[in-house]
Design a protein around this ligand. Structure first.
Ligand code: CA
Length: 242
């Protein structure tokens, strides 16, 4: 997508970069409606059905945008947004408020929301707002990638896990960046080789395995919780299995 930092495009070998959106909404009807519309428009969507889960995902994973309903079980939208900003998560937030919630909107913007939309809304309007926010934030989005304590700063080219600095080679950095861009997806050796080494895969099947083993030695071995896993006969996956 346009406006994504150069670093990410380069790491993906010029391929298409997905924009990831987190939708925090408890109403099944709205979820189904947004899920369909956003995926048809090429966005990748995660859904949280309550505020607590929403806050957890928005803190631990990397999103380009959070669409946040105000009335939510467990923890309301305000509280989610406040907690996010307190934790220095600058992910843009689009608030969904009720029709009679005019004071809510003011409060939302004061709390650090980027925009709001009054329910019920037309999908085209939501899409326009989403695109505007992403365009506006285009220069700052995805400066870092994170996954359960693992954090990659794309500008400073540094990696930490649980705030501990990891010393990676350039290839290991690219490899980890690829995993962080595709959390929860099985990455085949061919896919990895093409993107990290820019090579056709008939040459050397062993290269990827060796590199992944070296990477894990740094990212996983010193820590009790393992994040990179082998998927037998298929490849590798970055996944939280606790
Ligand atoms: Ca709701």
């Amino acid at each position: 997508m346009k406006g994504k930092p150069h670093l990410q495009r380069k790491a993906l070998g010029g391929g298409r970069v997905h924009v990831k959106i987190l939708l925090v909404e408890d109403e099944a009807k709205t979820v189904a409606f947004l899920k369909k519309g956003l995926s048809e428009n090429g966005f990748v969507l995660d859904v949280a059905r309550d505020g607590e889960t929403g806050l957890h995902l928005a803190t631990e994973l990397t999103y380009d945008l959070v669409i946040l309903d105000v009335m939510l079980p467990e923890r309301d939208g305000w509280s989610v947004l406040q907690a996010l900003r307190k934790r220095d998560r600058t992910t843009p937030v689009l608030f969904l408020t009720a029709r009679d919630g005019v004071p809510d909107r003011v409060r939302g913007l004061e709390t650090g929301a980027d925009d709001y939309l009054v329910k019920p809304f037309a999908f085209s309007e939501l899409l326009a707002r989403v695109r505007t926010i992403l365009r506006r934030k285009g220069k700052t989005i995805s400066e870092s990638l994170r996954f359960f304590g693992l954090e990659m700063d794309l500008l400073r080219r540094t990696v930490t896990r649980d705030a501990k600095r990891l010393d990676l080679t350039a290839k290991e950095f690219l490899l980890l960046e690829l995993f962080l861009q595709h959390p929860g997806e099985v990455l085949s050796r061919t896919f990895i080789a093409e993107r990290v080494w820019d090579m056709n895969f008939d040459s050397d099947t062993n290269t990827v395995d060796v590199a992944v083993r070296r990477l894990r030695k740094k990212t996983d071995d010193p820590f009790p919780r393992k994040l990179i896993h082998t998927v037998r006969g298929m490849g590798y996956i970055l996944e939280d299995r606790t």
